[in-house]
Each structure stands twice: as structure tokens, then as C-alpha cells.
Design a protein around this ligand. Sequence first.
Ligand SMILES: [Zn+2]
Length: 121
Amino acid sequence: MGTAAIREDDSKGRHTTTFRVLKILPQGGLLMDTPGMRELQLAECDHGVSETFSEIVALAEQCHFNDCTHNSEPNCAVQKAIKKEGGSLRRFSSYQKLMKEQAFNRASLSEKNRKKNHWLK
Ligand SMILES: [Zn+2]
């Protein structure tokens, strides 16, 4: 893929490629070049997030309330484990951030689909 020198005045990169490419890396993983695209959102990743944080999901099943947010509800198994073990608080905040992002992406996608369907009718 083509590359170009950085801009002299602000040392930022220049747009060089003009097409999208998805490369499979030899050591595993994918590298994507998406010129002209400012943001890429992932949708429908609940399963992956749940699998990565399976210990939190398993704890959440033991919470007293089915709709527990694991923040201030009584008899929350997740908060109990965090208080007991101490160290998993950071992992729990990452889990919560990713789940919030999922909910936001799902909502914005369904809003986009609703608008698109409205205009197609
Ligand atoms: Zn809970």
C-alpha cells in the first residue's frame, strides 16, 4: 500500500490511499484501512463481550434482581465479589463500558434502520 511523508507544518499524516483494504496479518488479526471513514462502530458484539467477561456474566446470574445494574442494588453478587477480591473492579468497569457502547450502537443502528425504512415506503 502506498504511503506518503507527514505534513511539515503539523507533523500529521496525509491521506494517501483512496480505497478500502482488509489485510490478514501473518501473526493473526486483521488490519483495515478505511480512507474517508472517520468512525467505525461494531454492532451485535454482545456475545463476544459476554464470552470475554464470562466470570462477570456468571456472577450476574446470582444477583438478587434479574435487572440488576450491579451498581447499588442490594444482594448484588458482582459488587460482593469486587469488595471481596478487590482487583476485578477495573475489569468490571471495562465490561460496563463495552455493554453501554453496545446498547448505544444498537439503539443508533435501529434508529438509522427505522429512518431508512420510513423513506423507502
Ligand atoms: Zn448485580
